[in-house]
Design a protein. Structure first.
Lengths: 223, 233
């Protein structure tokens, strides 16, 4: 029995971060796929506070929240580090990961779940946030520099899921001319070893997110 | 290290700024506190934190570090010879980070909901949410402190600082609402912890005066309620 278990769903971009981190560090693990409509008793036992994926269980002890799990993985399996050594550079990586989560993801998700004028306004906000990422990539191959780092893993959903959001919601966010560096980073990251082998099937993602968007828009009409 | 090497841009009422100040105090780091004028943002702040334009910002050799918990980790890593803020064991560090994240993402927003509640019913619901959160934190405290005074054991640590930053606001909320959020029945551990934390040498001189904070909160809450009641665009 492997001492590392990962509770995930096939589609969760948050759980995918943990897949990447474990594989980049060559850590063997077992996967437990959850159906969030029918959560297992183990999941509820290991993440009673949030009842969400991902959850990492290492030697029977559980860690929840993707960024917390990433830091745990980094500190437990020290080879192929995801964070740089210098404290200032570490703070910078953590800053961009947090920015990605709190501003970029949120603003793109709002644009995804809206339409018409409201969506246009959300797109403006989302692009303002994306501009900061574009700036940060100046002179760098990855947010982590020459190699994939903590911030790349945190932002990695942009390299695949974001394209799905654009398609499903009929919007354009990361255009080549407006965001050349981000566009290039998307390609480089999506195609990197480990990363490219683990994207969930795109057609399934489209179907899933189409359903999510329809439900959101319907809910808004009901208000 | 010269005092001018370390500067903190902040303001006395901010729970996030407080976190940074306590962390610096734990490590006995001398620093210059650059107090922002409330209601306006200095050039230095805008230049140092162009993305968020928010306090706190730590300036170390003029390089800015933003986001309170990121600042706390930075302080822990740079001044490594001082008392540790995060525990050394990776699993214990994960627990501390998990609960700090819970405080920021779930508990504090519920606290804010009490302040902006438009009617009694909404307020009561918000108080229930906050109390549920405190019950979880009480349980966590019992497990993590292992009978000692703080989440960090004998010394204040990351989670003490993360949660403790809000102690002043918690007290003000109790006073304004006439409610005992921390009490002997439901949260005996946290009740004692709060007193121990407030009295700690790294905390007591920077914890805002509750009376002053209560006065200030009236202004802030009015703004928050106006923003919450504003019609959606």
């Amino acid at each position: 029995m492997a001492e590392v278990k990962l509770f995930r769903t096939w589609s969760s971009p948050f759980a995918l971060r943990i897949v990447w981190a474990l594989k980049l560090k060559d850590v063997p693990y077992d996967t437990i796929f959850e159906d969030l409509a029918n959560k297992s008793s183990l999941l509820l036992q290991f993440n009673p506070v949030h009842k969400k994926v991902p959850v990492l269980v290492h030697n029977g002890k559980s860690v929840a929240e993707s960024f917390v799990i990433l830091e745990y993985i980094e500190e437990t399996w020290k080879h192929n580090p995801l964070l740089p050594e210098d404290p200032y550079d570490r703070a910078t990586a953590r800053f961009w990961a947090k920015f990605g989560e709190e501003k970029v993801l949120l603003s793109i998700w709002e644009a995804f779940n809206s339409e018409g004028k409201e969506q246009e306004e959300c797109i403006v906000k989302a692009k303002e946030n994306l501009k900061y990422l574009e700036e940060e990539l100046k002179g760098k191959k990855f947010f982590g520099g020459e190699r994939i780092g903590f911030a790349d893993i945190a932002l990695g959903w942009l390299a695949d899921y974001e394209g799905v959001f654009e398609e499903v919601a009929s919007m354009k966010l990361i255009a080549e001319d407006e965001f050349p560096l981000l566009s290039e980073w998307k390609r480089t990251f999506a195609d990197a070893p480990i990363i490219k082998e683990n994207w969930p099937p795109r057609d399934k993602l489209v179907i899933k997110f189409q359903a999510i968007r329809e439900a959101s828009l319907l809910k808004k009409l009901g208000n | 290290m010269a005092k001018s090497d370390v500067k903190l841009i902040g303001a006395w009422p901010s729970p996030f700024v407080l976190r940074a100040r306590i962390a610096l105090n734990v490590k006995s780091v001398e620093y210059e506190f650059l107090q922002e004028t409330l209601g306006s943002k200095s050039e230095l702040l805008l230049k140092s934190n162009p993305v968020h334009k928010k306090i706190p910002v730590l300036l170390h050799h003029d390089k800015p570090i933003c986001e309170s918990l990121i600042i706390v980790e930075y302080i822990d890593e740079v001044w490594a010879s001082g008392p540790s803020i995060l525990p050394s064991d990776p699993y214990e560090r994960a627990i501390a980070r998990f609960w700090a994240s819970y405080v920021d993402e779930k508990w504090f927003p519920a606290m804010k909901s009490i302040a902006v509640a438009q009617d009694d019913e909404a307020r009561k619901a918000a108080v229930v949410q906050v109390a549920e959160g405190l019950a979880l934190l009480e349980e966590a405290f019992q497990k993590i402190s292992k009978g000692k005074s703080f989440f960090g054991g004998d010394h204040i640590g990351y989670l003490d600082i993360a949660f403790g930053g809000f102690l002043g606001w918690l007290r003000v909320t109790e006073g304004t609402g006439g409610i005992k959020l921390l009490n002997e029945t439901k949260t005996p551990g946290l009740l004692k912890w709060a007193d121990d934390f407030a009295a700690h040498p790294a905390v007591k001189d920077v914890l805002p005066d509750i009376g002053k904070l209560a006065e200030f909160s009236k202004v802030i809450v009015a703004k928050m309620r106006a923003a919450a009641a504003a019609p959606a665009k």
